[in-house]
Ligand binder design. Sequence first.
Ligand code: FUL
Length: 456
Amino acid sequence: MNVSRRDFLAAAGAGIAGGMLPWTYAHAVASASPPRPTPQQLLWQRDEFAIFVHFGVNTYTDREWGLGNEDPQIFAPANLDARQWARSAREAGARAMILTAKHHDGFCLFPTATTKHSVESSPWRGGKGDVVREFADACRAENLSVGLYCSPWDRNASVYGSDRYNEFYFAQLSELLTRYGDIQEMWFDGANGEGPGGRHQIYDWPRTFALVRKLQPNAVIFSDAGPDVRWCGNEKGMAGYPNWGQVDPSQVPYPGADSPAVANALLHGDPAGNVWRPAEADVSIRPGWFHHAAEDDKVKSVEALNAIWFASVGHNAKLLLNVPPTRDGVFHANDVARLREWRRAREALFAHDLAAGKAVSWKRTGERSALAEIDLGAVERVGIVRLAEQIEQGQRIARYVVHGTADGAWQELAQGSTIGACKLDRIAPQPLRRLRVTVADAIAPPLPLSISAYAG
Ligand code: FUL
């Protein structure tokens, strides 16, 4: 069940103008040129890859969605080691990590003045522990940015379903946003009283987002409706294609909105959009988001993870890959081993850029077209072509074709629509010396591209 647009607009109050939400204006560019990322959005996207951590009472009940009546006594990780999570994440090549500080069951992984339904009522560290603190410290020790997910849907809070819940939620957010240093990303979903008899809450999203802006001005805010980063529209880690970084904010008016138009906007963005809101592609390394022993042998293969990489990072999105700690409080050996294996496999694919240091020649052939060419200096076996736009100037290219040659006879290798921060094209591996990218259409004058080539 989702909040209707009417409920949402009523809750949002007077600040709404013409169906566009006030906070979206912050990033809109008041000119005809395509919208550009803020420095925070740019940094966020350049990370390419973050690890998601789902941990909480569900880990102990073997559920995906807790009921909210779990006894805090069940939360008893014997060997919780956030540093092991962070080390695995860093070794996997991730640059950020996001923890479920609170999931739908309402159990807080941090001590809070708002409820007793937290680690304080658990036997873990004698009730004196704080998972969010250990998580944030471990991230910083391993050079990872910190992100937090605080579920708006709370099946434990008695005030859920009334105005008082919004105050309760803001109080929790304030604790999370003031105690743990710099937060790179706040992660919100639109879940709302799902299931039979579920209570329904009118969330105050404008105030929620304003609170994050006030307390963590450098954080990016994720939700279906942004305002900074949008969901890619599925939980398979696969962004749509084409995939624009810009959106029309009126197409996804609030988190949890659900319609074919919303699905399309999340998957593809919108070349005519006036707000920069790049896609984040989330997926779990296992079937479930939380750890279930029965899934220990269902960790995704290197091939499956590579396919996700090509359809997320390689489709102009950031990848958020979930790795759930076990009841012991550590990443399972199978997940750690798979992450290592996958890092080695990615390094083998991308370690050596055959185009590194080679100049790209660039010629505009019209208002919306151009030709880019690169000479690798020698005939090399090429199996992957990586293209990148200067997204700090906004995303522009709408259609391109890649040709290559070893001996002067040009052959078509790949074609596509959008490029953005990164487009990865696998081609049949073949010897090539020169590559040419024909930009056949763009929404604004195209700017010089960067081209990389790998053996694959
Ligand atoms: C969804 C939740 O309902 C799932 O349990 C999970 O946390 C996923 C990442 O987001 O909205």
